[in-house]
Design a protein around this ligand. Structure first.
Ligand SMILES: [Zn+2]
Length: 420
């Protein structure tokens, strides 16, 4: 055990010595690829490369050590030094847990952006196994001088600075993209951008860190208002082709056209893509370091927005029960990697040290423990075997006003990683 700690200590001290300018130039290299498979198969295939104008991540924290997300990308120089790593999740991994994935094979769009390398690099793609260990699935050797790397100038949209506080490499950058807003709705979109920025800063930890948060808006408009509603035979012509009934869950509002999402997002600096959907029908969705969506014409909009950011920014798990959509989303034999749920298998790696010795584990959902940190059964879509830190949290119910303290500190950890 001591040996392992020593290795970790040595590697983290080496990591901190990576000098951005030694390895990377301005902008990002975007790798668009496909994931094809079913409940057990998972094949990666390359589509194409782009050079994006911005790299808005931290130039100091180049190796993601937060350990969130189902996917990881690692970049090595030709001497096999790890020079960049980032974790994320994707729609494909969620789909693998649906009934449809047992019956058919499907292809999903995925994409990752890394700081633009100066020399040839090896890019490795990893996915967690059921024990939550990262296994390598795919590898690319990339020459940054390859003339097939396309400029993103062919995806040109004007951008608006909605809120600016700090240079992009020292800020967490949100980009707001309009979906189902027509050209006639351009002023409405700007008003909405301002409104949701105000909402954002009503909530912790965003409020305390507002001096290191930027918000950008992109003027990319659609032919039609709204989004597809397949069960009602409503099909709209919108720029990102988003749809209700994702995985046949009415309120799950996502888009499968991720490469188009990235085409539009690349016009601005972004650490988090937020898609504002101009619909009054209740819905939303979000995946860690992928994108977040929510509806802007519904009375629950503010809470849905902040709830979805919990997933998109900090990979927080849903703390509610939903046995309809997914089959055994979490393996109860292992500790999930999400900060805000536990199977009690390795509870000490989570918030256990914050639980009072007088609080029983599992904790009864009685009035006595209403505002007490504990381990309350029913979370991560499962009624049994998965526990949440508090009875109520914005990641469980929109009736709650705030993230619980465990969720809040996870979001804060991510924001701090990006702003330093
Ligand atoms: Zn919570």
């Amino acid at each position: 055990m001591k040996y392992i700690f020593l290795i970790l200590f040595l590697s983290s001290s080496l990591i901190s010595q990576i000098n951005y300018d030694d390895y990377f130039s301005n902008g990002s290299l975007r790798i668009d690829y496909y994931r094809t498979g079913n409940f057990e198969k998972d094949i990666y295939s390359l589509k194409e490369y782009f050079r994006e104008k911005y790299f808005s991540g931290s130039k100091t924290n180049l190796i993601d050590d937060l350990n969130y997300g189902y996917n990881r990308v690692e970049v090595y120089d030709l001497s096999d030094n790890l020079i960049f790593a980032k974790n994320y999740s994707s729609l494909f991994l969620e789909w693998q847990k649906t009934d449809e994935a047992k019956l058919t094979t499907k292809t999903f769009e995925e994409s990752i952006s890394i700081p633009y390398p100066k020399q040839k690099v090896i890019v490795k793609f990893f996915v967690r196994n059921s024990k939550n260990e990262f296994l390598e699935k795919f590898e690319l050797s990339i020459d940054p001088k390859n003339y097939f790397i396309q400029p993103v100038s062919n995806h040109k949209y004007e951008i608006d600075t909605i809120y600016y506080s700090a240079p992009i490499n020292n800020a967490y950058d949100f980009v707001f993209i309009p979906e189902g807003y027509t050209k006639n709705d351009s002023l409405l979109f700007i008003e909405d951008c301002k409104k949701y920025t105000e909402y954002l800063f009503k909530y912790e930890p965003y409020a305390s860190l507002k001096n290191n948060i930027n918000v950008w808006g992109i003027n990319s408009f659609s032919k039609d208002n709204g989004a597809d509603i397949p069960a009602d035979s409503v099909w709209k012509n919108t720029i990102l082709n988003s749809t209700f009934y994702t995985f046949d869950s009415e309120r799950y509002l996502m888009t499968y056209n991720y490469h188009q999402v990235k085409n539009v997002a690349s016009n601005a600096p972004y650490d988090q893509i937020v898609i504002l959907i101009n619909s009054n029908k209740y819905g939303g969705g979000a995946i860690y370091n992928f994108y977040s969506t929510f509806i802007t014409r519904n009375h629950s909009d503010e809470k849905v927005f902040i709830h979805e950011l919990g997933h998109g920014v900090a990979a927080l798990a849903d703390e509610y029960v939903d046995t309809q959509t997914y089959n055994d989303y979490y393996d109860l034999n292992y500790e999930p990697w999400e900060e805000n749920i536990t199977t009690l298998v390795e509870f000490e790696s989570k918030w256990r040290n914050q639980v009072s010795v007088n609080t029983p584990i599992p904790t009864p959902t009685t009035k006595k423990y209403l505002d007490t940190i504990g381990a309350f059964e029913g979370a991560g879509y499962a009624a049994k075997g998965i526990y949440r830190p508090y009875q109520n949290c914005l990641m469980r119910t929109l009736a709650n006003q705030v993230y619980c303290s465990v969720c809040e500190s996870a979001v804060k950890k991510v924001l701090n990683f990006y702003i330093h």
